[in-house]
Design a protein around this ligand. Structure first.
Ligand SMILES: Nc1ncnc2c1ncn2[C@@H]1O[C@H](COP(=O)(O)OP(=O)(O)OP(=O)(O)O)[C@@H](O)[C@H]1O
Ligand SMILES: [Mg+2]
Length: 334
């Protein structure tokens, strides 16, 4: 097949905020996907969606399929930008639709849909101006997050607050810094889990990944903060969490966690692949934090490839499964 790989490349620019490029992909990830596709016999054209112009490329060239990992550039629904353009040109692409990508970018809206489907998600409140009354339904500790960011942008340990006096400054700073509403939700103390779903002929829930931060105690970080994600693996900073895949769970809890992820994947209408982030509370109830329809695909660092390896897949099998699922949906293969 002739495939175009659409991506946003991570760059270095000291004039921009430190987390500016966090959602974007490294050259290593892009190279790994190109190699995997070539290994499976495809012809691949890598396209940085900023250079050259995406529009002129698709006007001039026909491809069978776009392998899309582009995070987009502008605004709160940026992951939809490239799929919207591909919809316009009627070019098939891997992964979720324009609509599901936009929906999953909005954590609060996603949570309302989860609630409607009886999928547990932490209690929450949206702050648009930052001077709204705090709902009496919420109990401390609370965590403040920008409502429409990923890669833990805007989430540090100071975003977890124990008392009302400290809450509003964090809310106002978040609104100002990320130019969007702040999501305040109950902080769930408990195991950090993430669940990958892959459509490879059938819908497969991959082995659950548990991320244990107890090995990072000296760093002062204790959850998947921006600093933890950005510098993961840096032993000098003490940011080497321990991965357990499959997660250390009893059978009943494992089934509950997998069911919550699968229901979330379906409620948001995800296609081909997704990764749902979950916290298990002390009563073993899996609370869904959010779903990522474009999970990171770094072959060494990203969570979803780690789960695929635990399922016995090689990196190229994972990439091919995503491509084949999209090809089947679009009638390119039987
Ligand atoms: N309600 C919560 N209770 C406990 N921990 C939380 C909560 N919300 C967020 N966290 C912590 O912060 C991390 C990042 O939060 P979240 O997954 O919502 O952000 P994100 O930026 O969308 O992440 P991603 O990098 O997966 O795109 C979580 O993995 C978890 O460690
Ligand atoms: Mg997350």
């Amino acid at each position: 097949m002739k495939i175009a790989l659409t991506y946003n490349l991570k760059r270095k620019d000291d004039t921009l905020p430190a987390d500016y490029f966090s959602e974007y992909d490294s050259q290593d990830t892009i190279n790994a996907i190109i190699s995997a596709l070539k290994l499976k016999g495809h012809v691949v054209e890598p396209i940085d969606v900023e250079y050259p112009s995406l529009v002129s490329y698709f006007r001039k060239n026909r491809v069978d399929m776009v392998f899309n990992i582009a995070e987009g550039k502008n605004g709160k629904f940026r992951e939809s930008e490239v799929p919207a353009l591909l919809d316009y040109f009627n070019i098939p692409y891997t992964g979720s639709s324009t609509f599901s990508l936009a929906l999953a970018m909005n954590k609060a809206l996603t949570k309302k849909i989860l609630r409607a489907d009886n999928i547990p998600t932490p209690k929450f409140q949206i702050f648009i101006k930052g001077n709204e009354e705090l709902s009496p339904d919420l109990s401390f500790p609370l965590i403040v997050k920008p409502n429409c960011e990923g890669s833990a942008k805007g989430i540090s340990k100071s975003n977890v607050v124990d008392a009302k006096e400290d809450l509003f400054k964090v809310i106002k700073d978040t609104i100002k810094m990320y130019k969007q509403e702040a999501l305040v939700e109950e902080f769930i103390e408990g195991k950090e889990l993430t669940v990958g779903i892959l459509e490879n002929g059938k819908t497969t829930v991959l082995p659950i990944l548990e991320i244990d931060f107890s090995s990072c105690k000296n760093s002062g970080e204790y959850f998947y903060s921006w600093r933890m994600k950005e510098y993961q693996g840096n032993a000098d900073l003490g940011l080497v969490p321990t991965f357990h895949c499959p997660a250390r769970l009893d059978k009943e809890t494992e089934e509950k966690v997998k069911e919550a992820a699968l229901k979330t994947h379906r409620a948001v209408g995800c296609l081909d692949i997704s990764r749902t982030d979950i916290r298990l509370n002390k009563n073993n109830i899996p609370y869904v934090l959010e779903i990522n329809p474009l999970p990171g695909l770094d072959p060494k660092e990203s969570n979803l490839p780690i789960m695929a390896y635990a399922a016995g897949m090689k990196y190229e099998d994972l990439i091919e499964a995503i491509l084949m699922s999209a090809s089947e949906r679009n009638g390119l293969i039987e």
